[in-house]
Design a protein around this ligand. Structure first.
Ligand code: CMP
Length: 139
């Protein structure tokens, strides 16, 4: 079925001018950018977005990293978009990521891993709402 997912190009990637290369990977996989914005997250926004990880030992560093530079938030649309996006990203830890994935090719570490993608259709709906209104998504 056609789905939407929320993608974030993280500060390590925007810093290295990799936005276009990363978007091309998604497009080549059949995903379509139906909303896109480059933003500087506030600390409050980063904390709220990653609230599910609040009790994890890496939470504070993750929040600091996510506000260390601009990010590009996007809605990607396509057949099985959630799973397809995760396939193209590769494993969270670049050391475990398959050849040809974004994280294998671009990520610096498990934290500075270049991209975020929603992990379920339900979380995708919530994460999309976190950043975009319906009017900003043009399919
Ligand atoms: P992301 O998919 O955005 O979801 C949570 C983020 O926390 C993850 O990618 C990593 O950038 C970061 N992170 C840092 N350390 C860890 C860890 N040990 N396990 C999982 N995620 C981590």
């Amino acid at each position: 079925a056609t789905e939407r997912t929320l993608s974030i190009i993280k500060p390590d990637a925007t810093r290295r001018n990799l936005t276009g290369k990363i978007v091309a990977r998604f497009e080549e996989a059949g995903l379509r950018v139906v909303a896109s914005r480059r933003i500087q997250l506030s600390e409050a926004q980063a904390k709220a977005f990653y609230a599910v990880h609040a009790e994890r030992p890496f939470y504070n560093d993750l929040v600091k990293f996510m506000i260390s530079g601009p990010v590009v938030v996007q809605v990607l649309e396509g057949e099985n978009a959630v799973a397809k996006n995760r396939e193209v990203m590769g494993a969270t830890n670049p050391a475990n990521a398959a050849a040809g994935t974004i994280r294998k090719d671009f990520a610096e570490s498990i934290e500075a891993n270049s991209v975020h993608g929603s992990d379920s259709a339900e979380n995708a709906a919530n994460e999309i709402k976190f950043f975009f209104s319906d009017l900003e998504i043009v399919g």
